[in-house]
Design a protein around this ligand. Structure first.
Ligand SMILES: *[C@@H]1O[C@H](CO)[C@@H](O)[C@H](O)[C@H]1NC(C)=O
Ligand SMILES: *[C@@H]1O[C@H](CO)[C@@H](O)[C@H](O)[C@H]1NC(C)=O
Ligand SMILES: *[C@@H]1O[C@H](CO)[C@@H](O)[C@H](O)[C@H]1NC(C)=O
Ligand SMILES: *[C@@H]1O[C@H](CO)[C@@H](O)[C@H](O)[C@H]1NC(C)=O
Length: 387
């Protein structure tokens, strides 16, 4: 009796894994989000934020100064608990366990940003149910494309940032560049590269190791995922900013020290969101080697563009088999004509209005010096939910 149970279960899971195309992301999302699982990283004792003036703009900043060493046993235990889909990832993890914790935090950053960007849209980047997410990812839509790009960018960002704060032994701030900083010459004085540039090259490499390792460029799905992973990383690489600081007697600019820093991750999210809106609908060419835009009149997608192969499911109706929760019960804005407005968000269905009380700060008083004290006030508010 028990034996047949197991056979059924085994057959069922085999069937499921055959039906659902494996996507390189689905395993990573729960790993990144369940920061509570048995393989949670050791708590770090590093408090320096990456924009800390101690590190950025300080030519003496060196990577590794804050690094915590992991013993081989600790690395084995940490890496062994992760269900790596690719053996190479586990090897990388055991070699660079601390950087791997940053890969995970970076992936988490990407997912949080996705939920911010899609907060008021039909699809809201919900990751609460991993099996529903897996089904969403099996459709090679714009949304899947966005997720690949943002998570891949997040991983590169998380690792690059950790290099600059000195949390990792294997990387540090990046060193001099050949190209002169734009506008540096106009300052009149001498300039040099210095300080702590964000090590986007190392972040980029780690993102490739962990994100691209799951994909094979042998079919359209693999090509799409690889393309979008790179598009996400490009959103950082092409928006690096040069910052310079003057050094000299009493504010003169005798010498200037310049360094490169990444844009804020919110900016990266905005860039990828713009790419999502202008995403290119593609198909594989006859040779099976490249993706080409379906509409010949559209321009060819560049490496920075987001590409997709399938139409999106209808996010208005709940269809869990396609990863869609529908918009019933979503909160909407009655007076907005945008995507957060009730008409669009509820897909022309009706909505219900409920009076809800919320607490907010009020009667704030400024006390000399320097404190602001507020009272908590209850406020009644009409909130609308899609039917
Ligand atoms: C996370 O871990 C803490 C302590 O180990 C536990 O109290 C908490 O319930 C966990 N949270 C979740 C969501 O599992
Ligand atoms: C972090 O490290 C410093 C010095 O190494 C120590 O004084 C401090 O107590 C530590 N903080 C925590 C939370 O472990
Ligand atoms: C997204 O929408 C669902 C309902 O469709 C809701 O349960 C969830 O809280 C929303 N937000 C996120 C971030 O998942
Ligand atoms: C609803 O939309 C209007 C118009 O876009 C905006 O002014 C208002 O702040 C929004 N309300 C909420 C609660 O977001």
């Amino acid at each position: 009796m028990q034996g047949s149970w197991w056979t059924t279960l085994l057959l069922l899971s085999l069937l499921l894994s055959a039906v659902l195309p494996a996507d390189g992301l689905w395993w990573l999302v729960p790993w990144a989000l369940q920061l509570n699982m048995t393989y949670t990283a050791r708590p770090t004792n590093i408090s320096a934020p990456f924009s800390s003036p101690r590190l950025i703009g300080n030519p003496g900043a060196r990577g590794g100064s804050n690094a915590i060493r992991w013993s081989t046993g600790e690395a084995r235990r940490y890496c062994g608990a992760v269900p790596w889909p690719v053996r190479r990832q586990r090897i990388m993890c055991e070699k660079f366990p601390r950087a791997t914790t940053k890969v995970r935090e970076g992936a988490n950053l990407g997912i949080q940003e996705c939920q911010h960007q899609f907060k008021h849209r039909l699809w809201n980047c919900s990751t609460s149910d991993v099996s529903v997410l897996q089904r969403l990812l099996s459709i090679r839509s714009r949304e899947t494309a966005f997720l690949h790009a943002i998570v891949s960018a997040g991983v590169a960002y998380g690792v690059a940032r950790a290099c600059s704060t000195g949390e990792l032994q294997e990387c540090s701030c990046s060193k001099a560049k050949n190209k002169p900083p734009p506008g540096a010459e106009s300052g009149g004085g001498e300039w040099e590269w210095g300080g702590c540039s964000h090590n986007i090259r190392y972040g980029d490499t780690m993102s490739k190791e962990f994100m691209d390792a799951n994909e094979v460029a042998a079919d359209d799905t693999g090509l799409m995922n690889l393309h979008n992973n790179e598009a996400g990383r490009k959103a950082i690489k092409t928006h690096m900013k040069v910052t310079c600081k003057c050094h000299g007697v009493s504010g003169s600019c005798a010498t200037m020290v310049c360094w490169e820093s990444m844009p804020s991750f919110r900016k990266v999210g905005d860039i990828i969101m713009a790419k999502y809106h202008g995403a290119t609908y593609v198909k594989i060419n006859k040779k099976g080697s490249r993706l080409r835009q379906r509409n010949k009149r559209h321009k060819r997608p560049t490496a920075e563009d987001v590409v997709y192969l399938d139409d999106s499911p209808d996010y208005c109706q709940a269809d869990l088999a396609k990863g869609s929760y529908g918009t019933q019960g979503r909160r909407c804005n009655r007076t907005s004509a945008g995507v957060d407005g009730c008409q669009l968000l509820c897909c022309n269905r009706d909505f219900v209005s409920r009076e809800e009380t919320t607490e907010e700060s009020c009667n704030c008083k400024f006390k000399w010096c320097c404190e602001v004290t507020c009272k908590k006030c209850k406020k009644k508010e009409l909130v609308n939910y899609c039917k």
